[in-house]
Write a protein that binds this ligand. Structure first.
Ligand SMILES: C[S@@+](CC[C@H](N)C(=O)[O-])C[C@H]1O[C@@H](n2cnc3c(N)ncnc32)[C@H](O)[C@@H]1O
Length: 219
């Protein structure tokens, strides 16, 4: 492994061991997802803990996630909810959703977390049409080409002072002025949004670098 990647991995391991050690339910969720053939593209333990801390800082009672996979980030987030708190997680793949529901149940969180199956674009429109109460935190972590649409639909679903978090927002391609990608379009849309105050935070993920774009809805 190149020296820089080894350094990233060492720092990430140090942070995870000190602040984000997994308990049995988180470890089992990861292992079950792997056994069931889901791709290993969940957040890292250190990013899971970052999501958890941000949810607590926001005093989140209602959380919306776009992109459930096997429920790994859902467990980190839902553990930040107080008694009576609720989380809805949107997933297009029924098999992913089924694995996630099992993992959430094993973590003792099925009373708080609902996994809804369908294209996120439609599920978000349905939430709005149903007059769903606003969320304190929205975590976007699905197909990158959908991010700008998810942002448009997430803003009205977020309360003033609530957080919108965009995952995987610092891939190498952002540095290429000629490259066009869902992530770059999302970052630009967030930066230009009049109601959002935002910063892209670099995060370590194993031996690489990624980003979490953190926005607070100002009004
Ligand atoms: C990066 S993974 C989510 C990882 C998860 N948040 C975690 O960290 O544990 C992205 C997920 O989004 C789902 N997805 C992709 N396109 C989608 C869409 N249009 N609507 C809803 N979910 C979608 C994929 O099936 C996949 O499970």
């Amino acid at each position: 492994m190149p020296e820089q990647e080894q350094t990233f991995q060492n720092y990430d391991r140090y942070i995870s061991e000190l602040f984000a050690s997994e308990d049995e339910a988180l470890r089992a969720a990861r292992e079950e997802a792997r056994r069931e053939g889901l791709p290993g593209i969940h957040v890292s333990p250190s990013e899971g803990k970052l999501l958890h801390v941000l949810a607590r800082m926001a005093g989140a009672r209602r959380i919306l996630e776009v992109g459930t996979l096997g429920g790994y980030s859902a467990i980190w987030l839902a553990r930040a909810l107080p008694e009576g708190g609720r989380m809805i997680s949107l997933e297009i793949d029924p098999h992913h959703a089924e694995v996630a529901r099992r993992n959430v149940e094993r973590a003792g969180l099925s009373g708080k977390v609902e996994v809804r199956v369908g294209p996120a674009s439609e599920s978000l429109a349905q939430l709005q049409a149903a007059g769903e109460a606003q969320f304190d935190l929205v975590f976007i972590d699905a197909d990158k080409d959908g991010y700008v649409d998810y942002l448009k639909k997430a803003v009205p679903l977020t309360r003033a002072g609530g957080l919108i978090l965009g995952d995987n927002t610092l891939p190498d391609a952002v540095l290429d002025p000629a490259a066009d990608s869902g992530t770059k379009r999302y970052n630009a849309a967030v930066a230009a949004h009049p109601d959002l105050v935002s910063i892209l935070i670099p995060v370590l993920r194993g031996h690489g670098l990624d980003g979490l774009l953190v926005s607070i809805k100002a009004s």
